[in-house]
Write a protein that binds this ligand. Structure first.
Ligand SMILES: Nc1ncnc2c1ncn2[C@@H]1O[C@H](COP(=O)(O)OP(=O)(O)OP(=O)(O)O)[C@@H](O)[C@H]1O
Ligand code: SF4
Ligand SMILES: [Mg+2]
Length: 453
């Protein structure tokens, strides 16, 4: 594979959300990282959408850009280009506060649940933390503290700016040159009748240099002194200005803590963890499966609309995998959420997904329902993925399985044309020149390949 294109994207219903409306629309997403060896093309023009209460599987081998796609949707870090709309709102257009609010609707869980949970915190604190952060956000900081946060980083940046520091250095040096010239000229100058030594032209030049240097230095000095004065005033006022907020937070504390305790207990119960036994324990006291349940509870506590699950079961035993997958299915219905489910194993996404996106080296190669992908993969890479799933049917010879040869090419220099061409059994000359676009080969099955199966 692989290609670009948006033929598989659906139209968002105008106006209020309907049941089948789109909660997430990702279009032309590009993520590139700068590195010493060049630009890493981690995700290159990836588009997909997610309907309300739908599960979208994203599958592909290690390094194809699945996690990068998930993180770019959350804007950690923001994508290089492309757009992400949550409920029709462009995430890039949001202010910092609006983005923080939007992120409560969009949560992410990771493969290694234990290490994604703070080992020093209790489960009560870990699961309740998003509520605490949101609670604090509801009591805005005083204008003085907001001004301090706005002013100080900018002032420090200005002080450290190379032009400002170089100009200050040059002007200070010029001032001292003028001063030395004036002192030296005066010292060797002729003494007048009034006993004052006259430095002559050299002393005058020294004076002029000092005067020019001082007048040019004065705005920079004002900048430093003014900044330092404002900094000092804000720093002195900060503790006083924080008092009203602290009082309001104290008053709301008892009700907030009771509500948080109740919600943490309820959500732990929903993910199958006994709150009485778990609340005061720490993450390392739980198994991988239990820790993943706890991280799901943490993701659910703010009532999100979308959860991006990045290989949530890849590190778990097969039996535990099935339990966590069933749990996600149940919670999806109970909480009315939509899931983006990332996995490198097509077998895992088969049962949980309504639609599957197959990725290869930062591009999309096929989008279809899991049944269509399994029964009739149309892209050569999907066929290889399907064929690599272990078969329990004894009548099928596992040696008939098609396997992908060679290593994944480097995302530093992806192949031209179709990115799968270096490993594709059907590759032809055209594949090196033209990048295939996604097109609908059968109803709701989209493939980016010049010579599909
Ligand atoms: N911060 C980064 N700086 C440079 N390159 C990165 C960075 N993060 C990821 N990459 C590269 O981007 C590509 C995609 O990485 P990504 O983690 O998204 O792959 P993945 O599909 O999630 O793989 P896996 O299944 O192993 O988790 C890889 O080649 C990876 O090395
Ligand atoms: S046949 Fe060509 S376009 Fe299709 S996947 Fe293979 S290399 Fe890519
Ligand atoms: Mg990953």
């Amino acid at each position: 594979m692989a290609g670009s294109g948006t033929a598989h994207l659906r139209e968002r219903t105008a106006g209020t959300m309907g049941d089948d409306d789109l909660v997430l629309q990702v279009e032309h997403l590009v993520v590139e990282y700068g590195s010493q060896r060049g630009t890493v093309h981690a995700v290159s023009d990836v588009s997909f959408d997610l309907a309300d209460r739908e599960t979208l599987g994203i599958v592909g081998e290690s390094g194809c850009g699945k996690s990068t796609t998930g993180k770019a949707i959350m804007r950690v870090p923001p994508p290089t280009s492309g757009s992400v709309h949550l409920n029709g709102v462009d995430m890039a257009s949001l202010s910092t506060d609006q983005l923080r609010e939007a992120r409560t609707k969009l949560q992410m869980i990771f493969q290694d649940a234990i290490s994604s949970l703070n080992p020093r915190r209790t489960i009560r604190e870990i699961v309740g933390e998003p509520l605490v952060i949101r609670h604090l956000d509801r009591f805005p900081q005083s204008p003085v503290i907001r001004a301090w946060h706005w002013f100080v980083p900018r002032m420090v940046r200005l002080w450290r700016h190379p032009i400002v520091s170089k100009a200050a250095g040059v002007l200070l040096s010029a001032f001292f040159v003028g001063l030395v010239l004036r002192i030296a000229a005066t010292a060797i100058g002729t003494e007048g009748e009034d006993g004052v030594r006259d430095g002559g032209v050299a002393a005058t030049i020294g004076n002029v240099i000092m005067g020019v240097a001082l007048s040019l230095l004065s705005p920079i000095a004002l900048l430093f002194v003014g900044g330092a004065v404002i900094w000092t005033i804000l720093t002195v006022l900060m503790p006083v200005s924080a008092i009203p907020r602290t009082i309001r937070l104290r008053r709301a504390r008892a009700a907030f803590e009771a509500d948080t305790e109740q919600r943490v207990r309820r959500v732990l119960d929903d993910v199958g963890i006994d709150p009485d036994a778990a609340l005061d324990r720490r993450p390392h006291e739980f198994s991988g499966g239990q820790a993943q349940r706890i991280s799901i509870a943490r993701a659910l506590i703010l009532d999100p609309e979308v959860i991006i699950c990045d290989e949530p079961v890849s590190a778990l035993d097969v039996s535990v995998q099935a339990q966590v997958l069933n749990l996600l299915e149940d919670l999806k219905v109970k909480y009315g959420i939509s899931l983006v489910f990332i996995a490198h194993d097509l077998a895992v996404v088969k049962n949980i997904s309504d639609r599957v996106v197959v990725m290869y080296l930062g591009k999309v190669c096929e989008v279809a329902s899991p049944d269509d992908l399994f029964n009739r993969p149309r892209h050569p890479y999907t066929e290889i993925l399907v064929s690599s799933i272990p078969i329990t049917d004894p009548s099928i010879d596992p040696r008939d399985a098609i396997s992908v040869t060679g290593d994944l090419p480097s995302p530093l220099a992806p192949p031209s044309g179709c990115r799968f061409r270096t490993r594709c059994p059907r590759a032809a000359d055209r594949c090196a020149v033209d990048e295939p676009e996604l097109r609908e080969l059968s109803p709701d099955q989209f493939v980016a390949c010049h010579f599909p199966l």
